[in-house]
Design a protein around this ligand. Structure first.
Ligand SMILES: Nc1ncnc2c1ncn2[C@@H]1O[C@H](COP(=O)(O)OP(=O)(O)O)[C@@H](O)[C@H]1O
Ligand SMILES: [Mg+2]
Length: 371
């Protein structure tokens, strides 16, 4: 490799695609560095509420490989939901199903005719993201989840880092097709599993508050400056899952100890702040605001969203911690619906020298939210 791609270079790239989550990006940059330099990276588990960027990080990693020709050998990347590993074909097991997906990616990238050695090398360079692993918890809404347990076992065999025999069609040196059993060394793949583990936050918090084990909530002091210039010191307790989470909490949640213990690092995603949400709204590729701008442009209308309006949307989205950045879309699409239907009937539409301009201001957002 002509370039070293140090962890900080990888981190700089990922930071340009993902907002916030500095701790997660540093951690995963080191894993990617190890992976592309042939060192054992270990498996990584992403934990974070919905809409905090887990899938966004997975896509950014994919883009990182795509954007650097030197890393062409690592472009085999699969992002799959854990639930979709359940077999479709009678007798096919879940691990094989995942391997089929990896193989299909390899063939799409490298062409169909591959020798056993070529296929093995390409598959072992893969980055495999299994998303929504919280859905394969042993318990779902208090009931045993047999499918989930089976899938945890299947993933376990892959995460254990051993050679797995995988049967598929290859060509030999004479170009003759034949079936071969390829020994895939799974310790060479980079596995990233991710999930929201929604009740984990409440579960750990409740445990701490009720003093069910020896963990105690840590108190910190905060200083408030009063209007009259005096200061008051308050004792506050800020609960961040990151400061308290233990592997045993994952077992309680319903993940098998063998499964959880196969991860060498756990990356906890943080709730996004107001500035991050604003930026996502303004810059994300899939931002509803961008699509909406295009829509109005098509109608000959320039859409403006004032900074104060954006503040209010972000503020409101932050209150909905269950869906993170996804709340932006929910609020925005509701807000803009009537304007999209008939912009001309709105007093917010004015004709200027440079054409028609629709301005969504703070008042428009407040009216909608009060609505
Ligand atoms: N940290 C982030 N940086 C940039 N965009 C983000 C981030 N978190 C969420 N988003 C935006 O919100 C949408 C949902 O995020 P996603 O990564 O799918 O969340 P998750 O997988 O954690 O549920 C994405 O399409 C993206 O536009
Ligand atoms: Mg996701």
């Amino acid at each position: 490799m002509s370039r070293m791609f140090l962890p900080r270079d990888i981190n700089a790239y990922l930071t340009s695609k993902v907002l916030g989550q500095a701790g997660v990006l540093r951690l995963i940059s080191v894993s990617i560095y190890k992976h592309i330099h042939g060192l054992k990276a270990g498996n990584v588990l992403f934990i974070g509420n919905s809409g905090t960027g887990k899938t966004t990080v997975m896509r950014a990693i994919n883009q990182f490989y795509e954007d650097h020709d030197e890393l062409a050998a690592f472009r085999t990347m699969v992002i799959i939901n854990a639930n979709t590993l359940a077999p479709e074909v009678e007798g096919e097991d879940r691990a094989t199903r995942l391997f089929r997906r990896i193989e299909a990616r390899v063939r799409a990238l490298c062409g169909g005719d591959l020798t056993a050695a070529q296929l093995k090398a390409a598959m072992e360079n893969a980055t495999v993201c299994v998303d929504e692993v919280d859905k394969i918890s042993a318990r779902v809404s208090g009931k045993a989840n047999v499918e989930g347990i089976t899938t945890q076992y299947a993933l376990l065999t892959l995460l254990e880092g051993e050679d797995i025999l995988y049967r598929t069609e290859v060509v030999d040196e004479d170009g003759v097709r034949r079936l071969a059993d390829i020994a895939v060394d799974t310790s060479k793949l980079l596995f990233i599993c991710g999930g929201a583990f929604e009740e984990l936050f409440d579960q750990v918090y409740t445990l701490l508050v009720n003093r069910k084990d020896e963990r105690r909530l840590k108190e910190t002091s905060e200083v408030d400056r009063q209007p009259d210039g005096t200061v008051k010191v308050r004792t506050v307790v800020r609960f961040k899952l990151k400061d308290y989470l233990r592997l045993s909490d994952m077992f309680t949640y319903g993940m098998m100890p063998q499964f959880v213990s196969r991860f060498s690092s756990i990356a906890l995603f943080e709730e996004l702040g107001r500035e991050e949400l604003k930026k996502i709204m303004l810059t994300a590729d899939d931002s509803p605001l961008r699509a909406s701008r295009d829509y109005f442009k098509h109608m000959g209308v320039t859409l403006r969203l004032t900074d104060k309006a954006l503040d209010l949307i972000a503020e409101h989205a932050m209150k909905n911690t269950r869906i993170g950045a996804r709340a932006l879309r929910e609020i925005y699409t509701g807000l803009i619906a009537d304007y999209e239907f008939d912009p001309s009937s709105s007093p917010k539409l004015v004709t200027t020298d440079s054409g028609q301009v629709l301005t969504i201001d703070q008042e428009a957002v407040a009216d909608y939210l009060a609505g």
